[in-house]
Ligand binder design. Structure first.
Ligand SMILES: [Zn+2]
Length: 133
């Protein structure tokens, strides 16, 4: 019998698969452009950077809040928040930007079933995308 993951184990698993999903979704021929400095990297060599940081559960796995970012911007420039905001505004518009600003501070409680459902959804999407890369 497989050991059942804890909630935090499921969250980590979802973080990993969601990060792969974000990077593959934005990849062109296997390469991703950092949304905050414009440099290109192989998708395996870039991060999935959160605009509203990962501790905000409500926006942790929101596809409009997480984009390819290189280590330089994500880690050493603290997420390059101003440029990331500019990117979100240009890509989705002000309504979405404002929605994320409200959403990130809301209380979000994901159950085991919610997390397992999202893991299943994003694993499936990643499998589809891998076939096309
Ligand atoms: Zn960058």
């Amino acid at each position: 019998m497989r050991k059942q993951l804890t909630i935090s184990g499921l969250e980590k698993k979802l973080d990993r698969i969601f990060s792969v999903f974000v990077r593959l979704r934005h990849a062109r021929n296997g390469y991703c452009q950092c949304v905050t400095c414009g440099k290109w990297h192989h998708w395996k060599d870039i991060d999935a950077g959160h605009y509203w940081k990962r501790q905000h559960q409500a926006t942790r796995w929101d596809e409009r809040n997480v984009h390819p970012q290189d280590t330089h911007c994500n880690k050493f420039r603290g997420g390059a928040e101003a440029e990331h905001a500019t990117y979100i505004l240009a890509k989705y518009g002000k309504a979405v930007y404002d929605e994320l600003a409200v959403k990130h501070s809301m209380i979000a409680k994901f159950t085991r079933a919610d997390l397992e459902g999202m893991i299943e959804k994003y694993s499936g999407l990643v499998k589809q995308m891998e076939r096309h890369t």
